[in-house]
Design a protein around this ligand. Structure first.
Ligand SMILES: Nc1nc2c(ncn2[C@@H]2O[C@H](COP(=O)(O)OP(=O)(O)OP(=O)(O)O)[C@@H](O)[C@H]2O)c(=O)[nH]1
Ligand SMILES: [Mg+2]
Length: 359
């Protein structure tokens, strides 16, 4: 899974990026290039299975995180200079908009004051302008040809509808499109079609009180649009992440941070994208494998290796809750709790699977 961090300048994107990826020095100052890093998805189930198997290696699911430079709001003529930075996040599975709620006079705010909802709308507009620019270029290119090829006519009609949608100030994900149309649009990697998460970056006090300026408005907006909200206090969490475990736990508790930011973000992203993980376990490796919800046993095998999908015979599936209750595969087998599933069985989150295949 890939996510892209976007937002206005100095909202805490790179701070959050460092927290997620535990990278100490992202590329330069992040002025021109995007920072790219990998975040490990924390997973209680993997931790438990690993504590039983004690494997040589534990492999959690990962999320690739791309952090781009802050977007400069368009000028009064609607001219925007953000499109260039946004190219780096066109291919992500979800965009995470880092919104500034923290109050700190020493940190410059491009709009001069704290107003999360206004900032959310400015960034939406930047995404919209970037998509509009792509569409306008494409329309120009198609129409420049003397005779528009037949296969382009349909595309042209569709992107003109998209253009109209954006010009009305609506994001493309709100359009009612059929599968064929979505397929045509896929090659464009439109930003306003990407699933979005709002990450509210708060200061210490706001986090403790679970309150920030205009919180009610932001909640109402997110609810209305069905956009998940995640709260973090990126700077403070980054600072304490450098402490020894004992101190770290004490500070997290003092600050009222029940779960690290990465946990909350990963949960929101898995939920939004409809992902779950299954587990493979052995003495060498215990590993989490992210899959789409409703993936079949055979397809799940294909995630590991195409040979497993091709030569699929059966999947031995144990439910995580049963494993936790009995504490070993041997016990589970004796209680008849390891099921032999066929190719069409639906895999659920936490299933511990051993594939039988033959190639
Ligand atoms: N007080 C306070 N400062 C913060 C917080 N989060 C980030 N900052 C500070 O804000 C400044 C900008 O943070 P960055 O993480 O670099 O922001 P950015 O969004 O990556 O900025 P650009 O890449 O320039 O757009 C830094 O000085 C951070 O220390 C916070 O929660 N509280
Ligand atoms: Mg940055």
């Amino acid at each position: 899974m890939k996510i892209g961090l976007v937002g206005l300048p100095s909202t805490g994107k790179t701070t959050f990026f460092q927290l997620l990826t535990e990278s100490v020095s992202p590329n330069g100052k992040g002025r021109t290039d995007a920072n790219i890093g990998t975040a490990e998805v924390p997973d209680d189930k993997i931790d438990y299975v690993a504590s039983v198997y004690k494997p040589e290696q534990i492999i959690n699911a990962t999320i690739e995180v791309i952090d781009v430079q802050g977007l400069q709001p368009a000028d009064s003529n609607g001219k925007s200079s953000s499109a260039h930075f946004l190219e780096a996040v066109r291919q992500v599975d979800a965009l995470v908009h880092v919104v500034r709620a923290f109050e700190d006079d020493s940190v410059y705010h491009i709009e001069g004051d704290i107003d999360p909802l206004r900032d959310i709308e400015i960034v939406n507009l930047e995404l919209l302008f970037a998509d509009l620019a792509v569409i306008e270029n494409r329309i120009e290119r198609i129409e420049a040809t003397k005779k528009v090829a037949k296969e382009h006519l349909e595309e042209l009609e569709l992107i003109k509808r998209c253009k109209e949608c954006l010009e009305n100030g609506d994001l493309l994900y709100s359009m009612d499109l059929n599968d064929e149309e979505r397929k045509i649009l896929r090659t464009y990697n439109f930003l306003t079609e990407r699933p979005l998460i709002l990450l509210i970056n708060m200061d210490e006090d706001q986090f403790l009180e679970d309150n920030y300026k205009d919180k009610e408005k932001v909640l109402a907006y997110a609810k209305d649009k069905g956009i998940p909200l995640v709260n973090v206090s990126a700077k403070i969490e980054l600072e304490i992440s450098e402490l020894e475990e004992e101190d770290y736990n004490i500070f997290m508790e003092d600050l009222g941070i029940e779960k690290p930011g990465i946990n909350r973000l990963a949960e929101a992203a898995y939920d939004l994208l409809g992902l779950v993980s299954f587990i493979t376990a052995g003495p060498r490796i215990v590993k989490a494998w992210p899959i789409r919800r409703n993936t079949t046993a055979k397809e799940a095998g294909g995630k590991i290796h195409s040979d497993i999908e091709r030569g699929f015979i059966r999947a031995e599936v144990a439910k995580f809750e049963d494993f936790k209750k009995y504490g070993s595969m041997q016990e589970l087998k004796e209680h008849g709790l390891v099921k032999l599933e066929g190719k069409d069985a639906i895999i659920e989150d936490g299933d511990i699977i051993n594939f039988r295949f033959n190639v």
